[in-house]
Design a protein around this ligand. Structure first.
Ligand code: ATP
Ligand code: MG
Ligand code: MG
Ligand code: MG
Length: 576
């Protein structure tokens, strides 16, 4: 590809609503373009990344014996009424009507349609097992679409559905998919963890999430460094022995003005907490000196109880701080959220903890909190901030995770993750609801045993960026880079030698099947290099007259800070 023909649009600044680094960099590098809340154009540069993610997923799914299919984005409501999800899915499900007033949904996932295919097409146990998958557009009317492709409303998902004749066979299909997911996520070159997740109404343990580790992740992962135990926070709590322990951990840092520490949004926080069924939260406030440098973080574990009515939520004043917290009244919460808190219990200050952070952390960001969809938990992160997570996490580990040890092998630790995949054993939940049967080997009809397996195709690049970036921009792992090599000729229009060398190298790389882009835009060197560092192409070759005179070109990996000279006739081997 030649840059002059391709579509490149980079920006110095990210839009104000881009709160996390992946969103900022994706916008600045011109990978995506916003069309509406949670709705994005995948621009040519971004689409190349998405297609690479899809290709890896497709290859491994095919290798695992799954079969690709494509189900309509717009689906008749009747099927969704059969399972009851037309009503049950609530506001996340986008419902539309056609000109005749018939109801349809835009698929958020496709259990109903795939089960409908199975009940018509898979008649005998001899046709099983089958695993059907698609890579398709999904729509979920998320309550808080945010962070760009991380939580979009329209997004691309790989969703797979397995059909088996027995529970045992379904578990094999599940394990096959789990192993396939490991192969897929290994190939992306990201650091991730498979964690146990709640399988909700189905029960059992056969539900795992694949979480890319990132301090900005919306999910909290609880793991044991001494064993292979790993679960998301909900699951960890479900497994933990009962007793007084927080139902949710909320790490919260407020926007603070130097010299003061105020928490003007505590009303909002508590409003969210009370509108869900959160029972307790961990609150962290920062104390800054007059230069805005973090002096201390105060972490509070607050327990909300639902015993009494109360007109005022009292949040304790933080000792040593001028402003402390202000009080939030029930009326304020109602005005703010337009919802009546289900209960307002007295807020007991259970255990104040003071953390002393002695690092120079100057950047303060807004705090953001997010409620779990199921409404059971809230977890929150401070997205806008640079460093304090480890200190906070270290403390959360004591107050939150310390009292959970489900396998008895050690104290648990907490880290943050981004859910990029989910494998789920469904049993006969959908086949029963939709009367989907096959003829068993005993000649009798039986319900399919099912599993479903999702990967967030468009969320994955965002997760990759959260894990791989620096102050100059994105650093793509080779496997999903929009281009693996960029050739940057200096003064190509004026130098025949540069033009010939760049052209020759370009042709040779194309012939080798390398995904190369030749920057023939004749940009200033500084601007050209800044573009490619922002876009994050992992391998760069600069070709200049000066170098050619001594028979060299300059090679630099995106992770390196300096270029190295490589003999002109050795560069091809170097890149291979
Ligand atoms: P989340 O907990 O983040 O809302 P989910 O559990 O609702 O995700 P699943 O139903 O398990 O999502 O869907 C499978 C995969 O689809 C998820 O693991 C995630 O990677 C991706 N995904 C889900 N919702 C979104 C979204 N709004 N934007 C982008 N990707 C998403
Ligand atoms: Mg969701
Ligand atoms: Mg989830
Ligand atoms: Mg999930």
């Amino acid at each position: 590809m030649k840059a002059s023909q391709f579509f490149i649009s980079t920006f110095k600044e990210a839009p104000a609503d881009a709160e996390v680094v992946s969103h900022q960099l994706m916008m600045r590098a011109g990978l995506i373009k916003r069309l509406g809340a949670g709705i994005y154009n995948y621009m040519p540069m971004g689409l190349r990344v998405i297609r690479k993610v899809e290709a890896i997923v497709r290859e491994e799914m095919n290798r695992a014996g799954a079969v690709e299919v494509s189900m309509p984005v717009v689906q008749p409501a009747e099927l969704w009424q059969e399972t009851g999800r037309f009503e049950k899915m609530g506001d996340e499900l986008l419902r539309i009507q056609d000109r005749h007033g018939r109801d349809f949904v835009i698929q958020p996932t496709s259990e109903e349609v795939v089960t409908d295919i199975a009940r018509q097409e898979l008649r005998s146990h001899k046709q099983l097992p089958k695993n059907l998958y698609q890579i398709q557009t999904k729509f979920r009317d998320e309550r808080r679409p945010r962070f760009g492709l991380m939580r979009g409303r329209e997004f691309i998902m790989k969703d797979a559905y397995s059909f088996d004749k027995s529970r045992d066979a379904a578990q094999l299909s599940y394990q096959n998919m789990r192993a396939t997911y490991q192969r897929i996520f290994d190939r992306f070159g990201l650091s991730y963890r498979a964690v146990r997740a709640d399988s909700g109404a189905i029960g059992g343990d056969l539900s795992e999430e694949f979480q890319v580790i990132a301090s900005t992740g919306e999910d909290a992962i609880v793991y044991c460094p001494a064993s292979d135990y790993a679960a998301n926070l909900e699951k960890a709590e479900a497994l933990a022995p009962t007793g007084t322990r927080p139902a949710a951990a909320l790490a919260l840092t407020q926007t603070a003005t130097p010299g003061k520490s105020t928490c003007p949004d505590v009303a909002e926080l508590l409003g969210v907490a009370l509108s869900t069924t959160v029972k307790s939260l961990v609150l962290a406030t920062d104390e800054l000196d007059d230069k805005g440098i973090l002096v201390k973080s105060h972490v509070w574990l607050l327990l909300l109880r639902g015993d009494h009515d109360m007109n005022e939520i009292k949040v304790a004043k933080v000792p040593g701080l001028d402003a402390g917290f202000r009080f939030a009244t029930q009326a304020e919460i109602e005005t703010h959220f337009g919802c009546k808190p289900g209960y307002l219990g007295p807020l007991n200050l259970l255990q104040p903890v003071t953390l002393v952070v002695d690092r120079d952390v100057a950047v303060m960001g807004d705090w953001i909190c997010g409620a779990n969809v199921e409404g059971f938990h809230m977890t929150g992160v401070n997205w806008g901030r640079d460093l304090p997570e480890p200190a906070l996490v270290a403390d959360l580990r004591n107050v939150v995770a310390g009292d959970l040890s489900p396998d008895g092998k050690g104290v648990l630790a907490i880290e943050r993750g981004i859910e990029v995949g989910h494998v789920f054993y469904l049993g006969d939940k959908y086949s029963k609801a939709m009367n989907a049967t096959f003829l068993g080997d005993n000649g009798k009809p039986a319900f399919f045993e099912m599993g479903c397996y999702g990967i967030g195709i468009t969320r994955l690049p965002a997760a990759a960026i959260e894990q791989n970036h620096d102050e100059r921009g994105i650093i793509w792992p080779d496997a999903i880079a929009p281009f693996t090599v960029v050739l940057c000729p200096i003064g190509m229009a004026r130098s025949e030698a540069v033009q010939a060398t760049a052209g020759g190298l370009y042709d040779a790389l194309i012939a080798l099947g390398v995904d190369v882009i030749l920057d023939d835009r004749d940009e200033r060197l500084g601007a050209m290099l800044a573009d490619w560092e922002l876009i994050g192409v992992p391998h760069r070759v600069v070709i200049s007259d000066r170098g050619l005179k001594e028979g060299t070109v300059e090679y630099q990996h995106r992770r390196e800070t300096e270029a190295s000279k490589v003999a002109q006739d050795g560069i091809l081997d170097h890149l291979k």
